[in-house]
Write a protein that binds this ligand. Structure first.
Ligand code: SF4
Ligand code: SF4
Length: 235
């Protein structure tokens, strides 16, 4: 950006620059409109026009190295592979992984995560949690695009069920199936939120998750949110 003393007389007037900017924008608008119209009737096919990807209806092909949303991998019996060792939460630079460990009913397994939550609003998708895990219990190979909208902070908390479910869908339907299911799930949430006959369904957690652990322990719902709030210096 130029400083004021570097601007010439016409640039300091601003108005000519505004008109010039509008001219550039208008040029591209009309050029693209003309080219897209010509393409529809089979003309000027060799001249590309700018196109915006209409996400989520259209999706780009992600490269192989793409870091999608997380998933918790499963054992052959479909139970969670995670042993609640906390290494991922320790390695996470954004401190957005919340784990509560519990004693496993199987005496051969020491611990398992009673709760495992990732606050995707804080996650920076660095992949350090995946690298830190000693037992390949967490991966980011889902090709699921991180959630980009919500009605509440809670909408962006991905819990153990969600993270495990992705592994099941990936095994059954592949990467595309996982993304399709996620979009359908978003649509369903959207529909429910706007359903005036179901006012009780306000957020992801309140809609779909009864959170029985919270009732049992007498804790407020989603203690992870409170934890992050405290880390941020809130009350
Ligand atoms: S990808 Fe990075 S920021 Fe996100 S949960 Fe893993 S370690 Fe934390
Ligand atoms: S995901 Fe891996 S690193 Fe994280 S708690 Fe579970 S076993 Fe440990």
């Amino acid at each position: 950006m130029k400083r004021r003393e570097e601007m010439n007389f016409w640039e300091q007037l601003y108005l000519p620059e505004v008109v010039r900017g509008l001219a550039v924008t208008s040029f591209h608008l009309w050029r693209n409109l003309a080219l897209h119209t010509a393409h529809v009737v089979g003309l000027a096919k060799d001249r590309p026009a700018s196109a915006t990807v209409q996400y989520p209806e259209q999706r780009k092909t992600y490269p192989e190295g793409y870091r999608g949303s997380h998933r918790l991998t499963l054992k052959p019996d479909e139970s969670v592979r995670c042993t609640a060792c906390m290494l991922c939460a320790t390695a996470c630079p954004a401190q957005c992984i919340y784990i509560e460990a519990g004693e496993h009913p199987d005496p051969h397994v020491e611990k398992y995560p009673v709760r495992y939550e990732i606050d995707t609003l804080q996650c920076i998708y660095c992949g350090l949690c995946v690298e830190a895990c000693p037992c390949d219990a967490i991966r980011m190979d889902t090709y699921v695009h991180p959630r980009i909208w919500g009605f509440d902070r809670k909408d962006f908390i991905e819990d153990k069920d969600v993270l495990m479910h992705r592994s099941r869908v990936l095994a059954e339907k592949g990467r595309e199936g996982n993304m399709e299911e996620m979009l359908a799930w978003y649509d369903e949430q959207n529909r429910r939120v706007y359903d005036p006959t179901r006012p009780e369904f306000r957020t992801y957690t309140e809609r779909d998750k009864p959170q029985p652990w919270a009732e049992e322990q007498g804790e407020p719902e989603l203690a992870a949110i409170d934890r992050h709030h405290m880390l941020d210096g809130g009350e």
